[in-house]
Each structure stands twice: as C-alpha cells, then as structure tokens.
Write a protein that binds this ligand. Structure first.
Ligand code: GTP
Ligand code: SPV
Ligand code: MN
Length: 592
C-alpha cells in the first residue's frame, strides 16, 4: 500500500504490540465497504435496517457504560504539565505510553487489525491533513468511511512525508476503569483504549481535528475550532459565510442546516451547509480568514431531530447511515428516538437492547427513554439536501462572522456583537453553557467552556487565548466580526422563549447586516445589541415586549457574571493575556 518508511515502521510496531491474526488495509471502495457491512452484521456489531425505507442503513448499540465522551479519562500528554495547562488532564508521555501499551498489548489476538488511511479535508487540499487509524472494530471502520475521506489516494498524497497523525484504537474489554483517550501532540499520536463510542474512537474527529490540530494550528499559525460553517445566501444570490462555536449538543448541526421561515424563503434567502462541527481556518493570500470543514459526514445528535426541527439532517439519514443507541422499531425494522414524531412505537427495542414499554415513558425521566439522549446518526455529508458547493473544494470559504453561543437560561441576550476582535476573544474566553448528555457526567450544570473548546483544546488555554489575539492582529481590519447568541433563554416556567431552529435565521440576518454596516444597534455594557425593530418578527407569534425581554442585558445578573469570569480567569495565572484582563476590568467598569 505504501513505501512511506515512517508509516511502515509505525505499523510494524503496532502489529508487534497488538498481535492481530491479520492486517487489512481499508481502501475506501464500495466493494470492501459492503463486505465489511456484511461482516459486522455477522459479528452482531450492526443490525441491518429496512432496505426499502432506509437503504444501506444500520443500527449499532454500544455497551451501556460507553455512550458519550469521557472527559475525565481524556489526557493531553505533553512533555510538561504546564504545556497542557489547567483545563486538561495531563500525564507524562513516557508513563502514559507504557500504561497504554500494557493495556493494549496482545488485544488484537484472534482479531483483524484494520488500517484506515484518511484525509481530514478534501484529499490533496492545501488545508487538509492526513491520519492513519488502526482499529479492531468494524463499526469504527464503517463510521470512519462516512466521517472522513478514505482512499488509496491518501497515501499517494502523503508520499514519504512524516506529516501524518498516528491513531491507535483498541476496544480491549470496554472496561470503563481502563478507558483512556490520550493525545501526544508533540508526536502527532492518539491512543484510545476500552471504548467503542463515537468521539472516543473515531480518531479523525475530536482527537485529531480538534485536540491535535489545535496544537498544530498554534505552532503553524492557523486555527482548529469546534465550529459549524454555513453559507447565507441573500435574494441577490450572494453568499456570506458564518462560523459558529457552540458546546456539544447546543445546536451546531441544527443551525448549519437551517431552513429559513417561509417569508424569507419566498424572498430568496437560503442556507448552505459547509460543516456542522469542526472548522479549520487559515488566513488566505488576500488577508481574509478562510475555513474548511475537515470532515466528510455528520455525527449528529438524534433526539429532537425531526422534519420540522431539522429536515435536512433527517433527510441526510435516509440512506447509508449508521444509527448508534437509538431505538429499534420492530414494526417495520426502522429507527425511532424521542422527538422524531409523536407516534411512540408499540413494538420497539430500547438503546440498551431491551423491549421498550411506551406506557412507562415519562418525558421528564431520561431513564425511561427509548433512545439514549446522546444517541447519534453517522450520515454522509453528500446526502444533505443543502450541502454547499464549496464543501468539496479545498480552498475554503471566506468567513464574515464568528458566532459564539451556549445554553444560558437567564444571562446572555438573544444576540450581541462584540466591540472589536479583542473584545470578541474576551466574549469567547468567558463563554459558559449548561452541560449536556454529549459527555459523561451531570447534565444542566453551568460551566465555563471557552470558545466551546474546553474538552478539545490540545494545549494551555492561556496560550490558546494568546493565539486568538495574535490571529486578530494578523487579520487587522479584515478580521471577521465576532458575535454571541443564546437560543435558550427560559421563562419562569422553564420554557424556551425564543422559538429557535429555522427562526434563528432572523438573527443571522441581523448578524450579516451588521457585517455589512446595514443594521443599527444599541451599545450596552457587554456589546452591541439589536434595536428590537431590527429583528424581523414577521409571521411569528411573539410580541415586541417578549423580544425586548430576551434582548435585555440585566446589570445585576451581569455583575455576578463578571465575578464568575474573574474566578474562571484565575485558573490561567500569568498565562492569561493582559488584554483579556483589561477587557474584564472594562466590563466591570461598564456595569457600574
Ligand atoms: P454536537 O454534535 O454534540 O457537537 O451537538 P450540536 O452542537 O451539533 O447540537 P445539535 O444541533 O445536534 O442540537 C442539540 C440539541 O439541541 C437537539 O436536541 C436540538 O433539538 C436542540 N436545539 C438545536 N437548536 C435549537 C434551538 O434553536 N432551540 C432549541 N430550543 N433547541 C435547539
Ligand atoms: C461532541 O460531543 O461535541 C460531538 C460528538 O460532536 S463526539 O464525536 O462524541 O465528540
Ligand atoms: Mn461537537
């Protein structure tokens, strides 16, 4: 398959360590994929779904102890603890290699070692990067075939270069006590043991495209971010691109595939999807910021996805999709999850593999759900009805606006614009959101999640803030404008006030108008907030007073917020850039 000595040497070491019965290279062909699908069914790793309704689709259940990312078992193993910083778990690389090799040794015995050469980004694009993952899981191979670009051409493009990311995945015994997701950014290496769940094992995704790539971007002068990328087309046919960072399960996939409200569609507005989770961004020859989506598919949250909330995502899952931990509707051999429709299946198997009793279903009690709250679909991007023409082009799209956001029941207004890049970096660095089921642990607890990168930044977060500030200096007046949004303000009964989903288009239009100098705003202590009349409420069952309420900046709440940001900043010690400290002081002064 290759003459690249760095690849052959590493694969030799892996074979010796893991002792597989055989080694199979993955070539990206339909023929090999079909054989592996059949094998996965034979092994019980996948169940084949209704070929007429869901052609090429399969169901997988992970071990119930293995359903989300495990942040407490995720490590950044740099030479020094200081380099990993206060927000990452750290271990000495030599110690961690030994520990992991001891766990993985001999673990492929009686099994096959699959070698997956893949490209993050269009193969051969100057913005793309190459990885090789070895795994003993056919499920992982089939997911990687959807999520990344796998082909013989990848090794041709690599040639004899050593610029590629090593990824070792071994299922071992799916033992939660020995589960580790470890990154060695200085060796371009990832090792993941004892898990079979998405973000822990599809090593091109969070492990490479964010944790390793963020480190590479810092060293090489570019950015790897937890951001969707969308193109907003106006009635003149012009398309402007927005990149948006929200924490896990906070609405990236939904925003990326949004369908505008009817009155805006009638005028000719349309959204194109470039990416739904990860963005790699570089300064182009013209000095502007350009982004590609390094992925090739969507690993999306299933619950809540339906033809009204996210039609395009649902369409994307109608063929060649793998469903993980959703419910199996036996009546027609299809899938179901909470929020798909109101027809609770009478004859279904839940995500644990047990018969599901719809009579016992109680919306408020997650343990009665048929699908796991973090159940997911792995769908090819090419299935998406609104996939952008730019998706497969390697040069990237020019970003006009960067948007931060999260789940805040009371604090952040629907939208505001930062005063400038530096102030925007402050907004991102101070971001907070309620935790979700995407990671193991408590749900609904507010935590600081800078730039939605808390679980994904592969180095010291203080250096990461500094890198953002440096990028801003290089971009100068060509820098994208930075905004913050919050779809999740709630009323006293806990209901979301803003309708969200397609109606978020009303906010995107204000954002683009601001970028083009077309919309007015009111200056507040935290930034520029829209004049209520500039958020178009046509056809919406919402009055001006309610809109004004979600646009208000409550000084009392924000004074408390500033205190919490101060606390949060203490973690970074003298690595916290002075500029950000000054921004915080400025906010406090504005609130007086
Ligand atoms: P990851 O894949 O984990 O990174 O998640 P994501 O950020 O792509 O989130 P996603 O779009 O999958 O949405 C997660 C959950 O939030 C789903 O249950 C959605 O239905 C819900 N959601 C998305 N957008 C909105 C919105 O505008 N308003 C409300 N109320 N809920 C939303
Ligand atoms: C997330 O948790 O942000 C995801 C899913 O996108 S995972 O791939 O598991 O990280
Ligand atoms: Mn994500």
């Amino acid at each position: 398959m290759t003459k690249n000595e760095t690849v052959l040497k590493w694969l030799g070491e892996m074979e010796e360590l893991l002792t597989p019965d055989k080694v199979v290279w993955i070539d990206g062909s339909d023929e090999q994929r079909d054989q592996l699908r059949a094998l996965a069914v034979e092994l019980g790793e996948l169940e084949k779904l209704n070929e007429e309704k869901l052609p090429g689709c399969y169901l997988h259940r992970t071990n119930p102890n293995d359903v989300a990312r495990v942040e407490d078992r995720t490590f950044i193993c740099t030479e020094t603890k200081e380099e990993a910083g206060p927000t990452n778990n750290w271990e000495d690389p030599a110690k961690m290699y030994k520990k992991l090799y001891d766990i993985a040794r001999g673990s492929y015995k009686g099994r096959t070692m699959y070698v997956i050469p893949y490209s993050m980004g269009p193969i051969g694009s100057p913005l793309a990067k190459i990885g090789i993952e070895v795994t003993d899981s056919v499920y992982v191979v089939l997911n990687m075939l959807i999520m990344t670009r796998v082909s013989d051409k990848v090794m041709e493009v690599l040639g004899d270069s050593n610029d590629w990311v090593r990824g070792l995945h071994s299922r071992c015994d799916i033992d939660p006590e020995n589960r580790y997701i470890c990154h060695f950014p200085q060796d371009n290496t990832i090792i993941s043991v004892n898990s079979g769940y998405g973000g822990n094992v599809l090593l091109g995704k969070k492990c490479f495209a964010l944790r390793i790539a963020s480190y590479q971007g810092w060293k090489e002068g570019w950015m790897a971010e937890h951001m969707l990328i969308l193109g907003l087309q106006n009635p003149k046919g012009e398309v402007k691109y927005i990149a948006a960072a929200f924490p896990s399960a906070c609405g990236k996939t939904n925003l990326a595939m949004l369908i505008p409200p009817k009155y805006l569609r009638d005028k000719g507005y349309k959204i194109w999807t470039v990416g739904d989770d990860i963005s790699w961004m570089r300064i182009g020859p013209d000095g502007y910021l350009y982004a590609i989506n390094p992925e090739n598919g969507f690993f999306g949250v299933a619950p809540g996805t339906n033809e009204h909330s996210n039609f395009n995502a649902l369409e994307s899952t109608k063929k060649n999709t793998i469903f993980t931990n959703v419910a199996h509707d036996l009546s027609d051999n299809t899938v179901w999850w909470e929020g798909l429709n109101k027809n609770l299946p009478e004859n279904a198997i839940d995500w644990r593999g047990n018969p599901w009793d719809p009579a016992k279903f109680n919306k408020a009690d997650k343990s009665t759900c048929a699908a796991h709250p973090n159940s997911r679909f792995t769908a090819p991007a090419e299935n998406c009805p609104c996939i952008s023409d730019e998706f497969n082009k390697g040069q990237g799209v020019r970003i006009s606006a960067i948007v931060f956001g999260g789940r805040r029941a009371k604090c952040a207004p629907l939208v505001y614009q930062s005063k400038n890049w530096e102030n925007g970096v402050f907004v991102g660095s101070a971001m907070a959101s309620e935790t979700t089921a995407a990671a193991a642990g408590a749900v609904g607890v507010v935590r600081r999640d800078p730039m939605a990168m808390l679980p994904f930044c592969g180095y010291h977060m203080g250096d990461y803030f500094r890198h953002w500030l440096e990028m801003g200096k290089k971009l100068g007046d060509k820098a994208p404008k930075i905004f913050n949004v919050n779809w999740f303000r709630t009323d006293d009964e806990g209901n979301f006030i803003w309708p969200g989903f397609g109606d978020n288009m009303r906010v995107l239009n204000w954002i683009i108008d601001r970028c083009e100098g077309k919309a007015d705003a009111t200056e507040t202590a935290i930034g520029y907030v829209p004049k209520p009349e500039d958020i178009d409420l046509t056809d919406l069952d919402m009055d001006m007073d309610t809109l004004k309420e979600i646009l208000t900046v409550d000084k009392e709440i924000w004074t408390k917020e500033a205190e919490e940001i101060e606390e949060h900043y203490k973690k970074f010690g003298d690595k916290l850039p002075e500029e950000l400290r000054a921004q915080l002081e400025n906010l406090k002064a504005n609130l007086k």
